[in-house]
Structure formats: C-alpha cells, structure tokens
Write a protein that binds this ligand. Structure first.
Ligand SMILES: [Zn+2]
Length: 500
C-alpha cells in the first residue's frame, strides 16, 4: 500500500476584476469548506463534488494511507495576494517536509490561479512541492475545465486529469480518474505526456459542454479512452486572465510517447476545426426582459453572465434589475445581488417593513451607480441551506444574512434576493431558502454564466444570456491584455492580439 499526501488549493483569477483574494478569503467557508489543515480535511470535504473527495474515496477503498495536507479555495476575484500564496504554499511545504516520506502526492488544483508575484500559480505550487519531494515520486493533480494549462504545470506534474463538463458536474469523477492514473504510475509504468495549445480564446458563454461544438470534443476525448489511450483531456481555459499562456490546451498521457502527443494533437485539431461554430450570443437587457415577458409561460431564465461572482464579478451590478423595473416585469425574481449594507438594513427593519435605499452598484466599478428605490422586506434568511442541484449536491452553504426585497412604488412585480457574501446562483436552493419558488416565476435572473444550467435548465422554458455590465468580460476583443502572448486570436474567428 502507498503513502500518499493529499490536498487542494484553488483559485480562479480574473485579472480584470478589481479585488484581490487575501488569506482571509481562503479561510472563509461559503459553499465549500474554509481552509482546513491536517486530519480534519478528510471530513471537511466528505460527500462533496470535488476532485479531492473523488481521489480520497478511491484511494481509501484500495487501502492506501493518506496524509492530509490542507484544502482551501476562495471565490474567484483578481490576483491572489503574495501573502496568501506564500502562507498557503508555506503550510503545504512544511507538512510535506515534516510528515514524509511519501510514495506520491495528489493535489486538487484549479489551473487558472494568478498570484501578485507569479503569473502561473499552479506551476509555482507544483514546483514548490517538487522542491520537497523531488522528481522520483509521482505528483498528480486534477484541474478545472477553465484551467490555463502552462508548460510548467505539465512539466512539474506526473499526470493530470481535467473536468470534462461545464457546468462542472464531474469534479469528483475527475479525482477518481486521476487516482487510476496514479495507480499505473505507482505500478511502475511510464506515462509520456502530450500537450497542444489553441491559437484562439473562447469566452465562457460559448464553453457550455451540453451544446455543440464543445460536446463533440468531449465525445472524442471519451472515444480515445475507449480505444485504450491512458488519458486525454481538454481545458477550455479562463480567458479573462492576462497571463502569457492564457488559452485552451489539450493534454494526453500514454506509455507510448508518440501516441500521447498524437492524442493531444487530435483533440486540438478538432477544436481548431470548430472555430466558426462557437456561439457567444448575448442579448441586451431590454431585449432579454421583453422576450421573457412575452413568453407564454415561465420560467424564462436570464443569465447575467458578466456579473457572475463565480468568474470574478462583483455580483452587485444593477443593469438587469433596472431593465426589469423599466419594462414593468411581472413575477420576476433576481438573485443573488451582493449588498451587505442593504441586507443589514433589511434585518434591522424586519419582515414587512419598507425603506428607501441605494441598492447594489457599490463595488466601485467605473460607471456603476446603485438602483435607487423603495423596498419592502418580504423575508429574511440566515444564508445556511442545503444545495439540491447536481453540481453542489451535499453542500451546506454558510452565506451570512440574506433578505428578499420587493420593489415598491413601481408598476412591476420584481423581487431581489440580497446577500452578505458574493455567491454564484447555480442552485435553486438560493431562491427557495428565501421563500421564492423558482418554478412559479415568469422570469428568473441569475448572476451566473453557465453553471446555473445544471440546476435551472430542467425547469426553464427558455434561457437567455444577457450582456450587462460586470467585471467578467464575455467580449474579449478590446480588453487591455498586457502579458498575453502576441498572435493569439482573442475570440473564435476574432482579431489577433497585438501589444500596444
Ligand atoms: Zn470552472
């Protein structure tokens, strides 16, 4: 039996967002546990849809000895601070030194972490792990589908597996796949690496894997596996990351080096051949609201894709809210709008009270102003609820005080779920917790780009992606990239990036 160090450190960095991720953000419990070090880590992730949990369960079932390092993640934002990165990797390195020797290391990583002093957070993390355990034992890891995989990550990792679904319903399974690769390595096999890179970026709304062309790439990945290849994966990448190696990549592993490279290249060839088939359609706020109002039956789901906190958005822009009120929308509910101040006020006033307040638009984003109106406090909540959708199944949130407000003195029926923390509405429980039955609404507005689809598509008559202000840009041409390599096309069929 092997002695394996296990842990995870996750952040998705939107370098165009305004707030960095500090150490305290990794300590905070939201839907996933806060920073947990040592033996408590195993219980903290038990039952969650995480790569770490999939790996742990597979390894324990086979009787291996696991040595927990630490697990932590923070809500997507701009750079991870130097302080947070140094403290977290410092703990990992310290535990690897004091608790070894090990036969292998497994890390549950994201792959799109940029740090104040390192563009490639995961490459640096893996290098630090290698500096302790050396290059003679396997170090394996999982990555998010949004990983910007770098050559250094591929070099430092013995093998990696990457989520194959967006929404990410297969995080746990990705950990199990990684375990199976590790077993081959521990059995003495050599897995050679294949790696290929895309010449263009793809905005997140066009990365939905239940739709073409993405579905076809993952069919190909699966077929390669059925043909006996050890492993292959495709990362669709996280484009609002101004780093040199930003962009989609494919990786493959096989005992046969030529087969590994050919497999990675075959996936990338299919990806490149589909360049004119990516759909990044977004409607204006007014057009989306009007279409939703004129639909014979609801719910019509409006995705406020650019203010998705799960991609670094502030979750407090009010463009869609204003459009709902302006167009006199009926039976409309929007959530989650991050405004700790108004949430506190609602709790102070109590259910049934009415008050005037500037709502949202406070995060300092240029040009953003709050929605000014009068609100009635319909319901209060403590932010503790069980997620029921496939992606966050088994997760109990701890989001702090929440409130359901209705807009009064306007000829509309619009309710807003306000929260004390930023959290992506990817689960119907976000509405039910505060007394809104999603299936009974004509219009549901979620601040999410694609993840909402896992739990909302089954009840939605239609979903519309809305282009409204936010810090998660879904149009990439015109962004002020300073570190991105020259020549990469900023969108499918789009312009080539040139500096300055
Ligand atoms: Zn992701």
């Amino acid at each position: 039996m092997a002695r394996i160090a296990v842990g995870g450190f996750q952040h998705e960095t939107n370098t165009f967002a305004s707030t960095n991720a500090a150490f305290a953000d990794f300590e905070m419990h939201d839907a996933w546990p806060g920073l947990t070090r040592g033996p408590d880590m195993i219980a903290a992730v038990a039952g969650l849809n995480l790569g770490l949990e999939g790996f742990i369960q597979s390894a324990l079932a086979d009787g291996h000895e696991l040595v927990p390092l630490l697990w932590c993640s923070a809500e997507p934002s701009s750079y991870v601070t130097e302080d947070a990165f140094e403290r977290i990797t410092g703990m990992m390195v310290e535990d690897l030194r004091s608790k070894g020797p090990f036969d292998a290391v497994f890390l549950d990583l994201h792959g799109a972490m940029a740090v104040e002093h390192h563009q490639d957070g995961e490459g640096e993390t893996l290098a630090r792990v290698r500096s302790v355990v050396g290059h003679d034992i396997p170090v394996v890891n999982t990555l998010d589908l949004h990983a910007n995989v770098t050559e250094r990550m591929v070099q430092m990792s013995s093998a990696m597996t990457i989520y194959r679904t967006y929404p990410h319903v297969d995080m746990e399974i990705t950990g199990e796949r990684c375990y199976r690769l590790l077993i081959r390595l521990l059995g003495g096999e050599t897995l050679h690496k294949g790696f290929a890179r895309s010449p263009f970026l793809v905005p997140l709304p066009a990365q939905w894997t239940d739709a073409e062309p993405c579905r076809g790439f993952y069919d190909l990945v699966l077929n390669q596996q059925l043909d006996g290849l050890a492993s292959s994966d495709l990362a669709l990448a996280f484009p609002p990351a101004d780093i040199h190696e930003c962009g989609p990549t494919s990786v493959a592993y096989d005992p046969d080096p030529e087969r590994a490279q050919a497999a990675a290249q075959r996936i990338m060839d299919a990806f490149i051949a589909a360049e004119d088939r990516f759909d990044n359609t977004m409607l204006t706020e007014d057009e989306a609201v009007r279409q939703a109002m004129s639909a014979p039956a609801g719910p019509i789901v409006l995705a406020d894709a650019q203010d998705n906190p799960g991609a670094g958005g502030t979750s407090d822009t009010v463009g869609v809210l204003e459009a709902l009120v302006r167009n006199h929308a009926q039976r409309a509910a929007l959530g989650l709008l991050w405004d700790a101040e108004v949430t506190r006020e609602a709790h102070a006033q109590g259910e049934g009270a009415e008050f005037d307040a500037p709502l949202g638009g406070k995060s300092g984003r240029p040009g953003q102003t709050p929605f000014r109106g009068r609100f009635k406090v319909e319901r209060l909540g403590d932010g503790v609820f069980d997620c029921t959708g496939e992606m966050y199944r088994g997760t109990r949130t701890n989001l702090g005080p929440m409130a359901l407000l209705s807009v009064v003195d306007a000829d509309c029926d619009v309710k807003v779920v306000v929260s004390s923390h930023r959290f992506q509405n990817l689960d119907q429980a976000c509405f039910r917790h505060i007394g809104v039955e999603p299936t009974e609404q004509q219009i549901l507005v979620v601040k999410s780009t694609v993840h909402y689809r896992a739990d909302y598509d089954p009840i939605a008559r239609k979903t519309l992606v809305v282009e409204s202000p936010g810090e998660h840009p879904c149009r990439l041409v015109g962004l002020d990239y300073r570190h991105l390599r020259e020549g990469v096309r900023l969108e499918p069929m789009g312009l080539e990036h040139r500096r300055g």
